[in-house]
Ligand binder design. Sequence first.
Ligand SMILES: [Zn+2]
Length: 394
Amino acid sequence: MLAYKFRLYPNKEEERKLLWTLEVCRRVYNRFLELYNEGEHDRFKLQAMLPVWKESDADLRGVHSKVLQYELHQLFANLTSHRGLKERGRKAGKLRFKPSNRFRTITYNQTGYWLEPKNDKFSFLHLSKIGDIPIRMHRTVDGKIKGVTIKHMPSGKWFTYLLVDDGRGLRDFAVIDSAVGIDVGLEHYAVDSDGNEVENPRHLKNALKKLRREQRRLSKKQKGSKNWDKQRMIVARTYERVCNQRDDFQHKLSRHYVDSFDLVVTEKLGTREMIENGHLARSISDAAWNSFDYKLAYKAERAGKLFVQVDPRGTSQECSCCGKLVPKDLRDRWHDCPHCGLSTSRDHNASINILNRGIEKVGQELPELACGHWTATPPSMVVQARWMKQEALS
Ligand SMILES: [Zn+2]
């Protein structure tokens, strides 16, 4: 499944209806949550409440019924990820009711929408009980649209995500001829097992700097004042620009890795940094790493390549050459192994460990693939040999 993002251009009346629908959905979501908190955990019983509510509440009859049902699905998805947070030891109280500024999406699942081409730039997105909204199609969508999500950005813009099933995704090779491990971090954007260090592009760095500046300005304004409101909009717009630029950068970087390698390996989330140094983990980097992995995953799937994620524990402490433990704290940026003499940057060593774990995982889960040259030599030796070759060249 692929998600395509497009901008929507609703007129005044359509925007009014969209906002109203958001509000009705928010009420339904919170009502489900309330019942859940009161002890009703049976999903089917909760769903059966919708028709009952509809009889007494005319607003609910004004929203496509699948859109309302989706709120229950969303609630259970949130409950699952909330539980996940707790299990990973994060501080998390009860799931909270959604205030209107935190409720920004509605979703049509399977039915209630269709696309109608208008000219080469614009189409109409028909949304049941809302209308036909102009949508700017900057790329073609091939495959069947399985769902439509509408999002209201804090900047006031409207976007849609079309969930598309293109029916592709079969692996098209039998031997892994090339593989790479990628370590994402705070110092460099990424370091791979070939020793390449990837920085955030300069324009993104500048945009991030501007975002911090505008946020500082916002914090100095009187909350709720006219100037505060104006500044809040500037922050929202800058934030969107940062997200777009990072998206663009991640698309290019993930494209590069998927095109160049049969197997791409990363760590699960940015959890290693979190484990090693809790206060360093900023939610903004977490989200960025997550979306990079997501892009790698779906690009790999489409291209018939393999994408694997491995357990991050100890990847920076283990020596990628001899496997012995070489303890270091977060400030130690260099890996000097007293056992075998391997000397390389901390992140490079980690990325080789990530690669080796990925190869091991593939060997276990897809043994029919492990017949490539990776099994002829122990994986760490292969990587080590390549690493030494690079050292010799530079
Ligand atoms: Zn060693």
